[in-house]
Design a protein around this ligand. Sequence first.
Ligand SMILES: NC(=O)c1ccc[n+]([C@@H]2O[C@H](COP(=O)([O-])OP(=O)(O)OC[C@H]3O[C@@H](n4cnc5c(N)ncnc54)[C@H](O)[C@@H]3O)[C@@H](O)[C@H]2O)c1
Length: 95
Amino acid sequence: MSRWLITGGCGFLGSNLASEALRRGDELAVFDNLSRQGSEINLAWLKKEGDVHFIHGDIRDPFIVEKIVIDFKPDVIFHLGVCPSNNCTAFNGMV
Ligand SMILES: NC(=O)c1ccc[n+]([C@@H]2O[C@H](COP(=O)([O-])OP(=O)(O)OC[C@H]3O[C@@H](n4cnc5c(N)ncnc54)[C@H](O)[C@@H]3O)[C@@H](O)[C@H]2O)c1
């Protein structure tokens, strides 16, 4: 069993990857600021799929990122927490 940390885990790619982690029976932590429209819906779907450890936060905050890594101790980190287009309410061009 592996421990997966997925940033942007409530986005299009992230939520589908998270679903795969749950299907495999792996431990899953999802980190997302829910800035993408529809991300709350993806989170609700994931919670129905299995046991999701959800952390609401911004990837640009180094302290919360460090805390997650120390607390959750992931084996693998998938970094998909980005704003690929301006479909995020918090988009400011920094990510
Ligand atoms: N969707 C595709 O077909 C595709 C194809 C190739 C590459 N990619 C790349 O994969 C990555 C993810 O794409 P996607 O389609 O899943 O995007 P998406 O917008 O669906 O998901 C991004 C997620 O990141 C979250 N997020 C945004 N800014 C954040 C921040 N500062 N802190 C924490 N969370 C934040 C959003 O709320 C959202 O849930 C991007 O880099 C994209 O360019 C996507």
